[in-house]
Ligand binder design. Structure first.
Ligand SMILES: Cc1cc2nc3c(=O)[nH]c(=O)nc-3n(C[C@H](O)[C@H](O)[C@H](O)COP(=O)(O)OP(=O)(O)OC[C@H]3O[C@@H](n4cnc5c(N)ncnc54)[C@H](O)[C@@H]3O)c2cc1C
Length: 279
């Protein structure tokens, strides 16, 4: 693709306009925009989203090229995400990317386990699996019915696929967590791959259960990403020196087994290593 004769690099900031907004759940909104480079993105890849005057933050693509639009789905937690939530139709933000590796599509049967906003990169994955004819079961978890994102997509998927929703308080679907269910799924049935994204303690438990059941995992990890280019080292995971932004964010069981950080440590905004959950 060229702009005034020069190739458009994924590293060049593009300014996009919000064409559609959707409230997905309490504190979670999807912002839809048009961007040609996102058309070729893989499920699990992310963008660096520049919120003018506030910050630049990583966001997974939650839909890719549907009716010419792609989207990010934003959970409101701090400065940049609050600003994104306050934006209206026609407002603009910057994007770089798509970055990262994304999920690898396998042959066989897949189990997808997503928690809360972690369901975002798993939504385009379900679409890709359907297109490739891969059979899957989806387990989607949230704290309560009001905080479960992508209810419309989940309801649509339910028509042709096995879908199980869990909520911690039992206000929707099965009462409990995704973890309460997956041991049963993985011990009683054969899956060829578990795809997961969500709170890291959830993904860590998913890996432990999958290991016991000799099932492979692809997990999409979240960290503070600053440059998104693999230069600053802020999102590195020890002791392998792998960068979430460049080598991930999706990592396989083989890698996850070897890292001492997964489920335990991340770096805070200053770069100091801190236990997960104690940001
Ligand atoms: C590859 C990747 C994909 C992501 N995809 C999505 C997505 O699809 N949707 C979405 O809503 N979010 C996603 N995130 C997380 C998102 O980038 C952060 O929520 C965002 O940077 C917060 O910015 P803020 O300015 O609103 O919050 P800040 O003001 O920076 O922080 C608010 C609070 O959240 C904590 N916090 C901020 N960022 C993180 C982090 N990465 N990990 C743990 N705690 C953090 C801070 O310490 C602070 O307590 C993704 C992260 C990564 C690495």
């Amino acid at each position: 693709m060229t702009l005034l004769g020069s190739p458009i690099s994924i590293d060049r900031m593009r300014i996009v306009k919000i064409i559609k907004k959707k409230i997905e759940a309490a504190g979670i909104k999807s912002l839809f925009f048009k961007d040609k480079l996102c058309f070729d993105a893989n499920p699990g890849q992310f963008l660096m989203v520049w919120v003018l005057g506030v910050d630049e933050v990583p966001m997974s693509l939650s839909s890719i090229a549907i009716n010419n639009l792609s989207s990010v789905t934003v959970a409101k937690i701090g400065d940049a995400t609050n600003k994104l939530h306050s934006m209206t139709l026609g407002d603009r933000f910057g994007i770089r990317g798509p970055y990262g590796n994304g999920f690898k599509i396998i042959d066989g049967k897949a189990l997808i386990v997503g928690g809360g906003i972690g369901l975002a990169p798993l939504m385009p994955l379900t679409k890709a699996l359907i297109e490739m004819g891969v059979e899957f079961t989806l387990i989607a978890g949230a704290k309560t019915k009001t905080t479960l994102p992508f209810k419309d997509t989940i309801n649509t998927l339910q028509k042709n696929h096995e879908v199980c929703v869990t909520t911690d308080d039992g206000s929707y679907g099965t009462c409990g967590t995704t973890i309460d269910l997956i041991e049963d799924y993985l011990t009683k049935r054969r899956f060829d791959m578990v795809y997961t994204c969500g709170p890291e303690d959830m993904m860590w438990k998913v890996l432990q259960i999958a290991e016991k059941c000799k099932t492979l995992v692809q997990a999409s990890l979240g960290r503070y990403i600053k440059c998104g280019l693999g230069l600053c080292g802020h999102c590195v995971i020890d002791p392998l020196g792998l960068r979430i932004c460049k080598d991930g964010p999706v990592f396989s069981s083989e890698v996850l087994r070897k890292t001492t950080d997964f489920g335990r440590y991340m770096r805070n905004p200053d770069g100091r290593k801190i236990p997960i959950g104690k940001v």
